[in-house]
Design a protein. Sequence first.
Length: 202
Amino acid sequence: MSTITQGPVMLYTEQTPNPESLKFVTNRMLYPNNTADFREEGMAKEWSPLATALFEFPFVKGVYIANNFVTITKEFNYSWEDTMLNLKEFIKNYIQDGKEILKEGFGEVKKEMEAKAIEENGDENPELSKKIRELIDTYVKPAVEMDGGNIEFKSFKEGKVHVVMQGSCSGCPSSSVTLKAGIEGMLKRMVPEVQEVVAEAG
């Protein structure tokens, strides 16, 4: 049986609108067509060996993994000049060594958690919620993903769309502008029942 030898791992960084977050983009697929957001070590230890290893750096505050990139959010009292090269080297070697990024079954658990959150939040109009979720997935997600972040629909009730900001969008100074001017405006135009979009911590 022939083995396919993969070329070297290429890795570069991209700025995000959040000064505390940096996007590390690679030429390998890490988590195709899906997202994993780790804001604390406990959840990372359970599901992501890569995120767990990254949390061992004292300056790492959050790890977001999607498609071919990892967005790292750092503690504000550290500078990227001091930390970026270490992280770049570490991620590159980690991927090159073929180590595990996410454990099997994470996708299913994530779906269950999202379904449970929607259930707990009480959905007064499943049809409208589906339409809003599709609009966010189609128009909003690709744009915020380019900035190393993500936005997840949480619930729709009493005219308010509740969303969760992830990756570089979480805690980003400009995300509230994006949320209000961009997302809220679009949803109000396309779904007249929407009065407001509210961001929640994930």
